[in-house]
Design a binder for this molecule. Structure first.
Ligand SMILES: [Zn+2]
Ligand SMILES: [Zn+2]
Length: 128
């Protein structure tokens, strides 16, 4: 029998916290992330009971909390990036992808969170 919505939520939560597990037999599941710009889907199967997973953004337990980042949050993400080399999504609490774009005068950071699929940018301008 296919995983229920509740079981899918557990699988998704596990995946983003480091390891997806089958909610029925606790087996580790290696899931593949298929994504486009606005959502993601996790696909795979439990190696033990062979139940298949095909769930993503629509089944994500955090989905109702997904929102755009505020200016202030994006500026804090820049602090983290420049201090520690990485940033965390303030909504999902996972690592975001950061791509620095450098010009001779300023640095712009492009952010992308693979879970809530939000994108943002922060421009670090030198003090005049
Ligand atoms: Zn299983
Ligand atoms: Zn996020």
């Amino acid at each position: 029998m296919a995983f229920t919505a509740e079981e899918n939520k557990k699988i998704i939560e596990g995946y983003w916290n480091g390891q997806a597990r089958c909610p029925r037999d606790e087996s580790s599941m290696e899931l593949k992330q298929i994504r486009n710009l606005v959502n993601y889907t996790l696909v795979g199967a439990c190696p033990r009971c062979r139940e298949t997973v095909n769930a993503g953004t629509n089944a994500d337990p955090l989905r109702d909390d997904f929102r755009d980042w505020t200016e202030e949050e994006q500026s804090e993400m820049a602090d983290d990036y420049f201090k520690h080399g990485g940033s965390t999504c303030p909504v999902c609490n996972i690592s975001v992808k950061v791509e620095p774009v450098k010009t001779p005068f300023w640095t712009q950071l492009l952010y992308f969170c693979p879970r809530c699929c939000k994108q943002g940018r922060h421009t670090e301008k030198p003090k005049a």
